[in-house]
Design a protein around this ligand. Structure first.
Ligand code: FAD
Length: 265
């Protein structure tokens, strides 16, 4: 579930390739892309995300993919011949370097199932991909305090927002991980308190973040951004709207993944 608006960027379909990969922390692999169409890509910062086309068959093509991923684009994608159709997964831009034209994406490596996590763990330099930019989910409304709640899949989004938000922002960010060693450096405004919440690796996401949220002294004037496993994202929203009376329009939420369910397409 999500209430983020999907934008359709001018950059259309962007073809590029892997320059290198690096294991930044035990469960996070950073894939750096460069070259191809990245020279015309418009970086917006924050939690800018895209639909990433990942090759899964020898005959996969990128040149005939739709340039937008709305209803029409999805239909076009689904009618492409099987065996030439890459898989689509959603990812956040961790950072983009204007000078070098290098774009980083941090992938949670979550075992041996799925397409994207395993691809990131094994892809070699030169591996081709394509993506379709979908803009930013972060859509703040005027409020005294800001709240961010995320799990490890939302770590790139949370860190991007903390890096790019106004330096006079005041509030809290709860970032839940299943391994303390997956923490990364944070460039947050001085008055944004970052709370790392570490759950048991076997526990459901949200097990630590949601109780931690209940302990926070929240203002009625709040904008919240809550992303990660579906139960975490929707659980935080339900608490804020249902129990704390925060208007729905002040809460941006998005279930980034669901336990036991592969991402569609
Ligand atoms: C807007 C948006 C931005 C996102 N940005 C990022 C990002 O920057 N980095 C990132 O790592 N993820 C991000 N995600 C989440 C990512 O798209 C999903 O985790 C996706 O399911 C991974 O695809 P997959 O092919 O590896 O696994 P899938 O084929 O989709 O799923 C296979 C199995 O793995 C499980 N699974 C999927 N993801 C995880 C996970 N994170 N942890 C544990 N089990 C999992 C599923 O429940 C399923 O059982 C984002 C999602 C959205 C909607």
């Amino acid at each position: 579930m999500s209430n983020i608006s999907v934008t359709h960027a001018d950059s259309g379909l962007v073809l590029t390739s892997v320059k290198r990969t690096q294991r930044v922390t035990p469960h996070m692999i950073r894939v750096t892309f460069s070259g191809g169409d990245l020279d015309r890509f418009a970086y917006k910062g924050f939690d800018q995300w895209f639909r990433l086309a990942i090759p899964v068959h020898d005959g996969d093509r990128f040149d005939n993919l739709p340039s937008r991923f709305g209803f029409g684009g999805l239909l076009k994608f689904l009618t492409l011949p099987k065996g030439t159709r890459p898989m689509i997964r959603n990812y956040t831009i961790r950072q983009f370097d204007d000078e070098s034209g290098e774009l980083d994406v941090d992938f949670v490596v979550h075992g041996t199932t799925g397409v994207a996590g395993t691809w990131a763990a094994s892809v070699e330099p030169g591996g081709p991909v394509a993506f379709i930019d979908q803009g930013c989910g972060w859509a703040p409304v005027p409020a005294k305090r800001t709240l961010i709640v995320a799990d490890e899949s939302g770590l790139p989004a949370a860190l991007g927002v903390l890096r790019d938000m106004p330096r006079d922002a005041v509030g809290d960010a709860i970032i839940e991980l299943f391994d303390e060693r997956d923490k990364q450096d944070v460039e947050a405004p001085e008055e944004m308190n970052v709370h790392w919440a570490i759950r048991d690796p076997e526990a459901t996401p949200g097990t630590v973040a949601l109780p931690a949220l209940r302990e926070l002294p929240l203002s009625d004037s709040l904008y919240a951004f809550t992303v990660g496993e579906s139960a975490l994202a929707t659980g935080a929203r339900r608490y804020l709207v249902g129990e704390r009376g925060i208007p729905k329009s002040n809460v941006t939420f998005c279930g980034y993944w669901r336990i036991g369910k592969a991402s569609p397409s």
